[in-house]
Design a protein around this ligand. Structure first.
Ligand SMILES: [Zn+2]
Length: 411
């Protein structure tokens, strides 16, 4: 609910800025029917000022009312109509927004920049209404009129991403990046690296191994912390018989993003014996635990590794330690119960487990998008809700300070 409101608010501000940009670029006076008309009329009216105030406080219905009044004062006031159309779109009245913006396009004497901005609004209407082809066409038309239009480039890029047209999305992102400030280059580069990884995955599913490898390497070159590029690079190398190369790709994750190293655990555990290093997985997990005592995933992975080799009690100790740091992760509880089963529910061990879990809150989906709060049970690189890249964090909740008294709990 609140993310919808904030998205609306941002779009409205964008609409407002577009309107003001045009207002600036626009001549104040225009010859119409042989007379000079003051084009500031609508913008100087109290309705316009009130409308903008309602916009800023996100009261869209009232803003529409006031801006409609302002538009009534001067049918020519292009930006007022444009904002109105945008507000209809934000309210979900897409057909009406399209109608308003299409009517504006019929006007004679629009400058190139005005034409481009009205088309941009129309493209946003089509996008919002789910008319993907028409949105693509319209944004491309904006770029023909205004080659460096950032809004059109960003929206086209997002549409291409939605359509899984990764190469096109990549091209758009590069153009946005070329226009961006130096301080935002790194975040654009990081997204380019994800897009490069997607292109590599396409090559992989087309069985084009060399292309896939060079794409994954290019992604890493763009941004050393692109974890899925290392995972994929290792997978392709392993599939083409290069276990050493695969391991080296996966091990890189440990140095660039130690918190994500667990994504390579299964792969490394399977592959170390293939290169004659069966002890290496244990060493890796112990090193990770030593460098980050909170690392419950390394404990869990090592516990599984030990269980498979018969060291069940050692495994249980690790799992109980993991539980102390992360009492909410259901998978640890499941591993503990499986391990306890192997130990025939030794009552002393069961009692320790019960003591440790007192006051714990179970939590199934520990990943959360920092942009829109979308929750996911697994780590995602692109958010399915807000479509941003690399926004997921593992949510951690502190264990309850004191066990809750069950008799006081009920009210
Ligand atoms: Zn999100």
């Amino acid at each position: 609910m609140d993310e919808t409101a904030s998205v609306t608010f941002v779009s409205v501000l964008v609409a407002l800025l577009i309107g003001l940009t045009i207002g600036k670029a626009w001549e104040r006076y225009k010859l119409r029917g042989g007379r000079w008309i003051d084009r500031r009329k609508a913008r100087k009216s109290p309705h316009y000022i009130l409308g903008l105030n309602f916009l800023v406080s996100n009261q869209i219905d009232l803003a529409i009312e006031e801006l409609s009044n302002a538009a009534g004062l001067d049918a020519d006031a292009l930006e007022v109509h444009m904002i109105l159309g945008n507000l209809y779109r934000e309210k979900g009245q897409v057909a009406r927004a399209i109608q308003v913006h299409q009517a504006l396009l019929q006007r004679t004497g629009l400058s190139t920049i005005e034409h481009a901005y009205v088309l941009l609004c129309l493209g946003l209407d089509f996008k919002r209404g789910g008319f993907v082809d028409r949105a693509l066409e319209t944004f491309n038309e904006v770029l023909r009129l205004d080659f460096d239009n950032r809004y059109a480039l960003i929206n086209l890029g997002k549409l291409y991403e939605d359509q899984h047209q990764w190469s096109e999305a990549y091209t758009m992102r590069k153009r946005v990046m070329a226009l961006a400030e130096p301080e935002s280059q790194a975040s654009h580069r990081s997204i380019l690296a994800f897009l490069e990884t997607e292109i590599g995955q396409e090559a992989r599913s087309d069985a084009d191994t060399n292309e896939a490898i060079s794409r994954f390497e290019a992604a890493i070159e763009l941004d050393k912390s692109t974890v899925p590029a290392y995972l994929n690079l290792g997978d392709v190398r392993l599939a083409s018989g290069d276990a050493e190369g695969a391991i080296s790709a996966w091990e890189h994750i440990i140095s660039v993003e130690p918190n994500r190293a667990y994504l390579a655990f299964d792969r490394l555990d399977d592959s170390y014996p293939k290169v004659g290093a069966p002890k290496k997985f244990q060493e890796l997990c112990r090193r990770l635990i030593a460098s980050n005592p909170l690392d419950w995933r390394a404990r869990q992975a090592l516990a599984r590794h030990l269980t498979e080799r018969g060291a069940v009690r050692d495994a249980l100790e690790l799992l109980l330690e993991a539980l102390v740091h992360n009492p909410h992760a259901l998978s640890i509880h499941q591993s503990i119960l499986q391990t306890l089963t192997k130990l025939n529910f030794d009552s002393v061990l069961v009692q320790r487990y019960v003591e440790l879990t007192r006051g714990a809150i179970f939590y199934l989906d520990p990943h959360i998008c920092t942009n829109c709060r979308y929750r996911s049970t697994e780590l995602l690189w692109q958010c399915p809700q807000c479509h941003e890249w690399k926004t997921f964090l593992e949510e951690r909740m502190a264990p309850a300070k004191e066990p809750v008294d069950p008799h006081r709990d009920r009210e």
